[in-house]
Design a protein around this ligand. Structure first.
Ligand code: PXP
Length: 252
C-alpha cells in the first residue's frame, strides 16, 4: 500500500488573523511550520469573498512551496477570476470546489454531473497549464464518473457528512463510510487519484486513512484548533502518526 500524504490546510490561521484585522497569526508562518512538522503539502482555499486567505497569502504560499519543492494545493471555485489566479501561479494542484457565499464552509461536493459543460473547459485549460486538477465531490458514483468525464486527474472525496455523523454518534456513519469506500474504489478503477478531506479529526482519520486506495488527506480546521492547545507541530505529528497506524493496521 502506498504512503498516504497529508496536506495541511492553513485557511483558519487566516480566519483568526482577519477577526482582528491584524497581520498575525500569519498563515505563511503556519505553512512553514506545517512543512517542518511533516506535512507533505499545503492546501489553501482562496474564497471569492476572501474571508480567510488573501491574494497576498496565495502569492507568499506559492513562493514558499516553490522554494521548498513542496506542493501547493490551491482550492478554488470554478470562476473566471479563480481560473486566472490559478493560471498566473501554476500551483502543483488546483482543487475545484463549489462555493456559496452564505455557507459557513464548503458544505457539499461540486456537482460535476450538472456542471459538466461549465467545468470541462476550465479543467482542460488548467491541465494544459501543467496543473494537476482535482474535483471535490461527494462520495457518489455518478459524480466520480462525471469527474473522469470532465478530465480531472484527481477526485477529493468530501468526508464532512461522515465525520459529522461520527461526532454526533449517528447510526448513518457506517453507511457513509461505506459510500466513501465504494467511491474511492470506483475512482481508483477509473484511473483517478483519490484524495479525501473535510471535517477530519483524530477519531475519523483512522477509518478514513485505512481505505487502501486513498493517496492524500487534506486536513485543516481540526488541526488549527488543536494547535491552540498543543501547538501546530505536535498536532500535525499526532495526525501523521494516526494515519501511519491506520495504514499499518491494514497492511498487517
Ligand atoms: N478539502 C477541501 C476541498 C476543503 O474545501 C476543505 C475545507 O476548506 C478541506 C479539505 C479541509 O477541511 P477541514 O478544514 O474541515 O479539515
Amino acid at each position: 500500500m502506498s504512503r498516504l500524504r497529508l496536506g495541511v490546510n492553513i485557511d483558519h490561521v487566516a480566519t483568526v488573523r482577519n477577526a482582528r484585522g491584524e497581520g498575525y497569526p500569519d498563515p505563511v508562518r503556519a505553512a512553514e511550520m506545517a512543512l517542518a512538522a511533516g506535512a507533505d503539502g499545503i492546501t489553501a482555499h482562496l474564497r471569492e469573498d476572501r474571508r480567510h486567505i488573501s491574494d497576498a497569502d496565495i502569492d507568499a504560499l506559492a513562493a514558499i512551496c516553490r522554494r521548498r519543492g513542496r506542493p501547493l494545493n490551491f482550492e478554488c471555485a470554478v470562476t473566471p477570476e479563480m481560473e486566472a489566479i490559478a493560471l498566473a501561479h501554476r500551483p502543483h494542484a488546483a482543487c475545484l470546489v463549489p462555493e456559496r457565499r452564505e455557507e459557513v464552509t464548503t458544505e457539499g461536493g461540486l456537482d460535476v454531473v450538472k456542471g459538466h459543460n461549465a467545468i470541462a473547459p476550465v479543467v482542460r485549460r488548467l491541465v494544459q497549464a501543467g496543473i494537476r486538477v482535482s474535483a471535490f465531490i461527494d462520495a457518489d458514483l455518478a459524480q466520480v464518473s462525471a469527474a473522469k468525464a470532465v478530465g480531472a486527474q484527481v477526485v477529493e472525496l468530501h468526508t464532512g457528512a461522515y465525520c459529522e455523523a461520527v461526532r454526533e454518534r449517528r447510526p448513518q456513519a457506517e453507511a457513509l463510510l461505506a459510500n466513501l469506500k465504494a467511491a474511492t474504489a470506483e475512482a481508483h478503477r477509473l484511473g483517478l487519484e483519490v484524495h479525501a478531506g473535510h471535517g477530519i479529526d483524530y477519531e475519523t482519520v483512522k477509518p478514513i486513512a485505512a481505505i487502501p486506495e486513498l493517496m492524500e488527506l487534506n486536513i485543516g480546521h481540526f488541526l488549527i484548533g488543536e494547535a491552540i492547545f498543543i501547538g501546530l507541530g505536535p498536532a500535525i505529528q499526532r495526525m501523521r502518526a494516526l494515519m501511519d497506524e491506520a495504514r499499518a493496521s491494514q497492511a498487517a
